[in-house]
Design a protein around this ligand. Structure first.
Ligand code: ATP
Length: 234
């Protein structure tokens, strides 16, 4: 499915991520963990084509996407829920969801996918005509996830979905993510909240100063001495 090798990327002459290698299999939830500024979002941007990697490969179902446009990558099924949600705050909830249907096929499938989203997030049906900027933080995050789901992801990338949300709302969102993965969709869960992420992830990688320093199953990471000391305060 996704196989990243030797990925180096940054901004202009500033190199941020160094020789990253990781993979995500079909239907797997893989957590990408790290503290502020570790390079998590930069990794997401390099995979989704928002910045061009300096070197390395981003193989997705056998095709190297490293030098491809973000539109091409989106068409291949790599869809992200960006950090901070980035909704169109002046548009309604429903209009935001419509934006997720970014090509002709998805527009044709929109009604079917919308119903699925409403099954996962019933609140969004009630809020369909509400202006997105007036929704609660949790509801806005649900819109952001649902908008990505309307794009029929094969790999869903969530960049810090827990940011600024109450723990129970995070749990609701991660429950949907888990159910989605059970249908075969792969998930890259980028998180600072290591406990929450490892509660749903199969495996994880820790990024520190732009390098992957640890990897393992969720069980291995949550009991790892360095993780416990540096991130869990125990
Ligand atoms: P956070 O959890 O705080 O979002 P992160 O792990 O996602 O952190 P990144 O956003 O990838 O971290 O940032 C990694 C480094 O890249 C930081 O030092 C940041 O200042 C730098 N950086 C991010 N965006 C840019 C940019 N557009 N231009 C220059 N440097 C940037």
């Amino acid at each position: 499915m996704l196989k990243v090798r030797g990925l180096n990327a940054g901004y202009g002459s500033i190199k941020i991520i160094w020789d990253e290698a990781f993979e995500i299999n079909d239907g797997e939830i893989v957590a990408i963990l790290g503290s502020n500024g570790a390079g998590k979002t930069t990794t997401v941007r390099a995979i989704t084509g928002l910045i061009k990697p300096v070197s390395g490969s981003v193989e997705f179902n056998g095709e190297d996407l490293a030098k491809k446009s973000s539109r091409h990558i989106l068409d291949k099924g790599i869809v992200q829920v960006p950090e901070g949600r980035q909704l169109f705050t002046g548009m309604t909830c429903l209009e935001n969801l419509e934006m997720g249907a970014f090509n002709k096929q998805l527009k044709a499938d929109f009604k079917k996918n919308l119903e699925k989203c409403y099954t996962w997030f019933p609140k969004l049906k009630e809020r369909a005509s509400q202006i997105a900027g007036t929704l609660s933080g949790g509801e806005q995050q649900m819109v952001a996830v649902a908008r990505a789901l309307v794009g029929e992801p094969r790999l869903l990338i969530l960049d810090e979905p827990s940011l600024g949300l109450a723990p129970n709302i995070v749990d609701d969102i991660l429950k949907v993510v888990k159910e989605l993965a059970e249908t075969g969709v792969s998930v890259m869960l980028v998180e600072q909240d290591i406990t929450k992420a490892l509660a749903v992830a199969d495996r994880g990688y820790v990024i520190e100063n732009g390098c992957i320093t640890l990897e393992g199953t969720a069980g291995e990471l949550v009991t790892n001495e360095h993780v416990k000391k540096a991130y869990l305060g125990i």
